[in-house]
Design a protein around this ligand. Structure first.
Ligand SMILES: Cc1cc2nc3c(=O)[nH]c(=O)nc-3n(C[C@H](O)[C@H](O)[C@H](O)COP(=O)(O)OP(=O)(O)OC[C@H]3O[C@@H](n4cnc5c(N)ncnc54)[C@H](O)[C@@H]3O)c2cc1C
Ligand SMILES: [Zn+2]
Length: 230
């Protein structure tokens, strides 16, 4: 929808990958709609995934015993988080929709993207007890997990060897996004792009472009245990 702001957090090393193509399609399609798009290309940015003392500029709140959660919370309040974090938080703050684009790594997101979650979604900025889940601090935003797999759709079916793909989404969609108050749109999953024909891959890309055309009409999922485990 024209005027909406979208942040794409993208984790793939290779622009020619299917993830690269999916990211480009999102940029193209959403731009056509008049949205403004920002891409955080994590590998290209050499995004630091480690949660360390370097994330706090200057003095620590307690220099006797380091506590990352407390120190980043305090640093957020006094405006002394490191500049790369402040930059990402600004992008999140401005966005109406966050799209996470990545290949599935060990039933989860690649470490560089997990590091983005660990470092950017600081207490005080994204959540602050009791402001979590439906009252999380990012509650006016939407998120969409768009990812590719090595395993096939059959493997990720409920009775399949890998189990229902929704089980893997519980930590990412519920544990991270919902915790921060973000409403979650249905995930977009391209199964096993390496093992299907060129034609099938083209179809996957067309399906993504098609979905994006009516994305703003979509209702968020009911992000509760039933959606994942029933
Ligand atoms: C450390 C690690 C852990 C992993 N863990 C898991 C796991 O737990 N579960 C699991 O299921 N998988 C796992 N995988 C596999 C991984 O998820 C897949 O390899 C990945 O999702 C494939 O996506 P890609 O974008 O890298 O594919 P690519 O190999 O980049 O893309 C597939 C093909 O699409 C082609 N392509 C790109 N753009 C287009 C286009 N526009 N039109 C047509 N074709 C195009 C590419 O050229 C390529 O030939 C893991 C992989 C690694 C490295
Ligand atoms: Zn939830």
């Amino acid at each position: 929808m024209a005027g909406r702001k979208v942040l794409i957090v993208y984790a793939h090393q290779e622009p020619k990958s299917l993830n690269g193509s999916l990211k480009s399609i999102a940029v193209e399609e959403l731009s056509k709609q008049g949205c403004s798009i920002t891409v955080s290309d994590l590998y290209a940015m050499q995004f630091e995934p480690r949660a360390t003392r370097n994330d706090i500029v200057g003095c620590l709140h307690n220099s006797e015993e380091f506590n990352y959660g407390v120190e980043t919370w305090e640093a957020y309040k006094r405006g002394s988080l490191s500049s790369d974090l402040v930059e990402e938080q600004k992008k999140v703050q401005e966005a109406d929709l966050l799209i996470f684009q990545f290949p599935l790594y060990w039933f989860s997101m690649p470490a560089i993207m997990k590091g983005w979650m660990d470092r950017v979604l600081v207490q005080g900025f994204a959540h602050e007890f009791p402001n979590c889940y439906d009252s999380g601090l990012l509650k006016d935003k939407l998120a969409l997990f768009s990812f590719t797999t090595g395993g096939s759709k059959e493997m990720y079916a409920k009775g399949g060897i890998s189990g229902d793909i929704r089980y893997l989404l519980w930590p990412m969609q519920h544990g991270i996004m919902h915790f921060c108050g973000v409403k979650v749109l249905a995930p977009h999953i391209c199964f096993a792009p390496e093992y299907v024909s060129e034609e099938k891959r083209k179809e996957m890309l067309i399906a993504w472009a098609q979905r994006l055309k009516t994305l703003w009409n979509e209702e968020p999922i009911n992000c509760s245990p039933e959606w994942y485990f029933k």
